[in-house]
Design a protein around this ligand. Structure first.
Ligand code: ADP
Length: 398
């Protein structure tokens, strides 16, 4: 069964075409700068990248051109549009309405739209992708897979903020958590490779990419996660600070910085970029410069220190630790970050094997010493696989 997997943003769409039997990725790609003068569709097939510059004024047009390209004799990925049996969408916010993926119908569209108030930057463009597919692929079933859904098992003690109760009732203010599809995939793999599928398990998954979050999962259920009401909270990220004193934004506004600029500071100029004095939000650049640039060193140190504190906190929440799993661009590739994060965690049964850690990047690998009570893994994430599997599970072939 051939599934189109979409992650639709405001001006870009990431896509994959997947053959679900055999879990084959037929192609993957990116549509960039939709609605801007120079839009481009990039498609990677068998390691070869093809790019087309086109006028793509909106999502309908962009997706139409993309599927035309996939059926073109040159690429020959699909014989015709009828090959696409279903579409799976990444949707950021499912609120409390969705603890599971959903087959898209009018009611789901309305609910996703209503949830836009909780994710104004994400749900509207996700919805644009869904509506565009309705137009281009009429009658083809679509499934929405939510970033928040895996975290809906959190108990009230973890998701409730210590704020006046009416704010939860009136504005649904609570911890939701994000990156759920990635945490779900990595947790599933961790459980399988650690042989914990049939018993109890205490697992921490750390997704460290441009956005970063960490999740505590007990016996298959999320009990806590670091991102909160929005993806701004928790760990240090590329340009977001993670946890800060809640009064800071008001203090800055009182100092005369406009509220919009404060929001911009917190979303685009903080985190690794801010810590490094504007040098970079890219961990690679910071690691390359850490020996000579004190601010690059500080950025790496703060990142790892705060991550280590969360691991300790979540081991306490879980009442122990069987597995710690690293994923995302940083988690999968930066051995130095993994080593610095795990130092002095022997009391939790966490001890990396330096050689395994060095050699473990970019592939599923055990990186801890044998004989310790906790195992540490690198597990490259595959959110698109989860979306494709969920799509197959929920929809009947067209
Ligand atoms: P996204 O969250 O956008 O999906 P990724 O998971 O691809 O992003 O992570 C992107 C980040 O991963 C980059 O900003 C970079 O900091 C980091 N990264 C990628 N490769 C490496 C590497 N070899 N060493 C250190 N960091 C890396």
């Amino acid at each position: 069964m051939i599934i189109l997997v979409l992650n639709s943003g405001s001006s870009s769409i990431k896509f994959q075409v997947r053959q679900t039997d055999g879990e084959k990725v037929l192609c993957k790609g990116l549509i960039e700068s939709i609605g801007e003068p120079h839009s481009t569709i990039h498609v990677t097939v068998d390691g070869k990248k093809i790019s087309r510059k086109l006028e793509l004024p909106n999502h309908v047009f962009a997706l139409n051109q993309m599927v035309q390209l996939l059926t073109s004799p040159e690429l020959n990925i699909l014989k015709s549009l009828a090959d696409i049996k279903a579409v799976g969408h990444r949707v950021v916010h499912g609120g409390e309405a969705y603890s599971d993926s959903v087959l898209v119908d009018d009611k789901a569209i309305k609910t996703i739209d209503e949830l836009s108030s909780l994710a104004p930057l994400h749900n509207p463009p996700n919805l644009k992708g869904i509506l565009a597919c309705r137009e281009i692929l009429p009658g083809v079933p679509q499934v929405a897979v939510f970033d928040t859904a895996f975290h809906q098992t959190m108990p009230p003690v973890a998701y409730t903020y210590p704020l006046p109760r009416e704010l939860y009732k009136k504005y649904q203010i609570r911890r939701y958590g994000f990156h759920g599809t990635s945490h779900r995939y990595v947790h599933g793999r961790a459980r399988t490779i650690a042989g914990l599928n049939n018993g109890s398990s205490k697992i921490i998954t750390a997704h460290l990419g441009n956005g970063c979050s960490i999740t505590a999962i007990k016996d298959g259920k999320v009990i806590d996660t670091s991102m909160g009401f929005t993806p701004l909270g928790g760990l240090v990220m590329g340009t977001r600070p993670g946890d800060i004193d809640a009064s800071l934004p008001f203090y800055l506004v009182d100092q005369g910085i406009p509220a919009k600029e404060v929001i911009n500071l917190l979303q685009k100029k903080s985190g690794l970029l801010g810590l490094s004095g504007g040098l970079s939000n890219d961990m690679r650049v910071l690691l390359e410069n850490a020996a000579t640039n004190p601010l690059a060193r500080l950025a790496v140190d703060v990142f790892c220190y705060r991550l280590r504190k969360y691991i300790g906190a979540y081991a306490a929440a879980l009442g122990g630790l069987d597995v710690l799993a690293f994923t995302g661009g940083i988690g999968e590739n930066a051995a130095q970050v993994r080593a610095e994060t795990c130092q002095d965690l022997e009391f939790l049964g966490v001890e990396l094997d330096p050689q395994r850690n060095q050699q473990g990047s970019g592939k599923e690998s055990l990186i801890s010493r044998d004989g310790r009570s906790a195992r540490v893994y690198v597990i490259p994430t595959d959110e698109e696989l989860v979306i494709a599997e969920e799509t197959v599970r929920l929809c009947k072939p067209a």
